[in-house]
Design a protein around this ligand. Sequence first.
Ligand SMILES: Nc1ncnc2c1ncn2[C@@H]1O[C@H](COP(=O)(O)OP(=O)(O)OP(=O)(O)O)[C@@H](O)[C@H]1O
Length: 356
Amino acid sequence: MTIQLENINKHFGNYHALQNISLQIQQGELIALLGPSGSGKTSLLRILAGLESLDDGNILFDQKDMVALSAKERNIGFVFQHYALFNHMSVFDNIAYGLNVRSKKRRPTKEHIKAKVMELLSLVKLEDFAKRYPAQLSGGQRQRVALARALAVEPRVLLLDEPFGALDAKVRKELRRWLRKLHNDYQITSIFVTHDQEEALDVADRIVVMNEGRIEQVGTPVEVYDNPATPFVYDFLGNVNLFKGCLQKGKLVNGDFSLAIPGAEYQDLSATVGYVRPHDMSIDTTPSDSNIAATVTHIHTIGSSIRLEMHRADTNEYLEAELTKNNFELLTILKGDTIYIKPKHLKVFTPEDFSI
Ligand SMILES: Nc1ncnc2c1ncn2[C@@H]1O[C@H](COP(=O)(O)OP(=O)(O)OP(=O)(O)O)[C@@H](O)[C@H]1O
């Protein structure tokens, strides 16, 4: 199923919660809607599902207009953060529910329903749990039942709203891997809402980054992480160092430091910001014309990488650098040392970046 959203707008009172949202989703894609609280992710998902009305715009599933259709008619599977399982029903009955409530004409036979539920129980690795009740399951198990239940009606689209939000980090990670696998096996066009960058980067084919009711960028995890289209995406996705200064004939001038910005050769800006990821900082123990002195204030070891926090004397700002353990050991850096840093890439957004 392909999904096409065209110029969707939604107001809640005077508040413009979704502003001209347009998006194309291919058959079988797994899409993450990522953004801070209040950016409009859930509203967009609910509009897609037919649970919320829109002011104007189009929703097309396989080129067919969905706006006038009810949630039921859209044939969508929904999984929410808080496992909305029926507590008085067994796991088996929860999964069978969507099939059992169909009209007599559309309802599969008892045997067919049983076979389907058993297939789904095996898919979510809960074969031995059919007779249990939701209260007798862990959070992760309940969420797997919720997914099985959503899949039972063979939806054309699967929508997941922070499906793993209420679970602890380890279970989340496990379920993420599992969602990826399930998606690969079933190839249902799926959209999940998250405000967890790592989750989006880890699982999605493409990420839609949202902010204040607008789409800031759509791209693969590598695209949005390595080539953020806007300052917001830079800030929101991962850590970033800011070099505040001005642009003079294509050079970013920041404290005692200046660096030529490729692509901005003829630009002058009185106030601008250069963005650089911590792993894109090169570190030296000797000064040169093109690097900046900074004092190491903290050294954190995170698995196989080292994160250095540094203080710049010239601008009184703090910076972060990330390097491999090997590199760190070669440099023999200690807390309190003065080191010399230089951004390998510095992204500066010029007015042309915003005029597209
Ligand atoms: N039914 C409603 N009535 C009034 N305002 C609403 C309603 N639903 C959402 N909003 C507002 O619309 C904006 C977007 O909300 P939405 O829930 O879509 O954001 P979100 O990105 O999913 O946030 P979160 O991650 O916190 O769930 C928010 O400012 C919210 O307060």
